[in-house]
Design a binder for this molecule. Structure first.
Ligand SMILES: Nc1ncnc2c1ncn2[C@@H]1O[C@H](COP(=O)(O)OP(=O)(O)O)[C@@H](O)[C@H]1O
Ligand SMILES: [Mg+2]
Length: 269
């Protein structure tokens, strides 16, 4: 077992409470480098709070969270800040700056570094636009001119601006119609294969979940009750899993995913 690489995210014994409301209790989760890990759970089970904790934006009552081997709980402020250049976040709904052009939205994390010359910023933004299937002309548009699918693409381009090793996606396909949703899933899959970043995603959408996830972490009873490949999670006996996955929609999504998997989801760890 000594050659097992260390996890890129390591959460041990996490406890999160808001007053008397205990959201996480003795929660543990490890994310492996290069995988796509999906977090699911009922509404209010603490998925968003967990993402915020991993990003160092909330203080747990107990436990440890290490990202890239470094504590985001009791690490030095400057060190935690430096970690932010190694991850990218796609917020639910895109969260673009409405007063900035597409170009300036994508350039934002690059300009924040205050070290890159404008020519380099231009090059990086152009590359990111092409990564997500947008043109230089799209860079001139304002967020209000964009369709829902384009907003997600721009948000993804911005999340990838600093070429992060780790990407967080909060409900990446929420609000998209099925065709746009499939296209966005395909885009994430292709970029993940080409660039090799690690993905931690929250989604309610079973098509997205089955198309992308190497493993699924189920949040229930204030902790991760199972973290395993989708097929194994489906076998796990728990009322939430039965309701969430094995309804009519879940079975259809699984059938679709297995057909898909046979075609192009090989060679993954
Ligand atoms: N800043 C906060 N202050 C107090 N309670 C909060 C705060 N953020 C989240 N909560 C509570 O934590 C629980 C989990 O919230 P959240 O992580 O948003 O759930 P979800 O799994 O739906 O994303 C909820 O009960 C919510 O009310
Ligand atoms: Mg949430």
């Amino acid at each position: 077992m000594s050659d097992t690489p260390p996890p890129i995210i390591d959460i041990q014994g996490l406890r999160t409470a808001f007053g008397k409301n205990v959201v996480h209790d003795n929660l543990s989760l490890q994310v492996r480098r290069g995988e796509i890990l999906t977090i699911v759970g009922g509404s209010g089970t603490g998925k968003t709070v967990l993402l915020r904790q991993i990003l160092g934006l909330g203080r747990p009552a107990a436990g440890q969270i290490r990202v890239f081997g470094q504590s985001v709980v009791d690490g030095r402020r400057a060190e935690v800040h430096a970690l932010r250049q190694r991850w990218g976040m796609l917020f639910q709904g895109g969260a673009l700056f409405s007063a900035l052009t597409v170009f300036d939205n994508i350039a934002f994390p690059l300009r924040e570094l205050r070290t890159l010359p404008p020519e380099l910023i231009n090059d990086v933004v152009s590359t990111r636009l092409s990564w997500v299937g947008l043109t230089p002309e799209d860079g001139l548009k304002m967020p209000s001119d964009l369709s829902g699918g384009m907003v997600k693409r721009v948000a993804l381009a911005r999340a990838l601006a600093l070429d992060p090793e780790l990407v967080f996606l909060d409900e990446p396909t929420a609000g998209l119609d099925p065709t746009r949703s499939d296209e966005f899933v395909e885009l994430i899959r292709r970029l993940h294969q080409q660039i090799g970043f690690t993905v931690v995603m929250v989604t309610h959408d079973l098509d997205t979940l089955f198309a992308l996830s190497d493993r699924v972490a189920v949040l229930a009873e204030k902790r991760v009750i199972i973290c395993a490949p989708p097929a194994e999670v489906l076998e796990f006996q728990h009322p939430f899993i039965t309701t969430f996955f094995l309804g009519e929609r879940g079975r259809r999504a699984l059938d679709g995913a297995q057909e898909f998997a046979g075609k192009s989801h090989d060679g993954k760890p």
